[in-house]
Design a protein around this ligand. Sequence first.
Ligand SMILES: [Zn+2]
Length: 394
Amino acid sequence: MRRSFRFLLRPTAKQTVALTACLDDHRALYDAALEHRRTVYTKAGVSIRYGDQSADLKHIRADDADGQGRWSFSSQKATLRRLDKAFTAFFARVRAGRTPGFPRFKGENRFDTIQWPKNGDGCRWDSQPEHPTATFVRLQGVGHVRVHQHRAVRGTIKTISVKREGIRWYVILSCDDVPAASLPATGTTAGIDLGVASLATTSDGEHLVNPRHLTASADRLAAAQRELALKKRGSKRRRKAVARLAALHGKVRRQRLDGAHKAALALVAAYDVIVHEDLRIANMTRSASGTLQAPGTNVAQKSGLNRSILDAGWGVFLTILSHKVESAGRELIAVNPANTSRTCARCGHCAKENRITQAEFFCTACGHAAHADVNAARNILRAGLALRDAAQAA
Ligand SMILES: [Zn+2]
């Protein structure tokens, strides 16, 4: 199983300067290689290949020993490969008869990751053994950077990446052969309803993670975005507003990840089989201002950017959940969410009138009353178990 581990870096002031230079040089290399391909393509109609450009790299490094020559040959090649991928995708779209945009130059804020394709080649994880209580990652041209390692790394480290997010730097390890840590069977199953008031509600009536903090941050983020739009291009105030926006984005991302991890952990610990709504289907059927199926008053006010911030949380959550399910040896089932919020979980009566408010469900046929999300989660569970039975019978 492949998994990635992400840790905060704690570079010194000097290392921060070096990291920034390293990122800038990789970006410059990307843009120069793009410029080269562009010129040759528009002037001669010839496309340059990755092999040609990586051969040039040797000369570039030799001619610029204090600049490009400082960094790892392998991470530079990875950067050229990244450009190559952008071109491959571009030509694939051209061949498909579409008119894609030509691969773009990376502005200062559009290039935030450097990848070293192999641990030990221009980078080394957990270097400096004389410091047994701390973790360091050695990066060529930067030195031993301290890592805030808040959890154990398992498996074999394949690639090492460094990413800049606002003023923070992270190291991301991509590992192969991560062992699955199977949890003991609990003999229980659950359906989950994804929502806004709670990230997820289980068919057992539990509400997981109230994203109140996230909602507050989303409001601040939307305000910061509006503020930025008013600033003059190139002004000092605009630069400050951009930095503020980036910091808020980082905060929202961390809050969302934190909440999603907690909710996913709780579910995986408690249930053998977890059933959720298929978001790809849900997104198609969702109304513009509602939750998955039922628009509500507190939700209707949250539109535009705020909505998209909260929406994105479901995708992140399901991704994290699927990783945890896999490593714990549990089972995850996605079902079509159509009608799950308006169908009575007790008698099966399906009517719009059953859903009184965002929070309340009352069956007009049998009188069954329940929290609307719990009722929906029960329907989701039933649909998932039916799918599973059908698959096992086939
Ligand atoms: Zn009913």
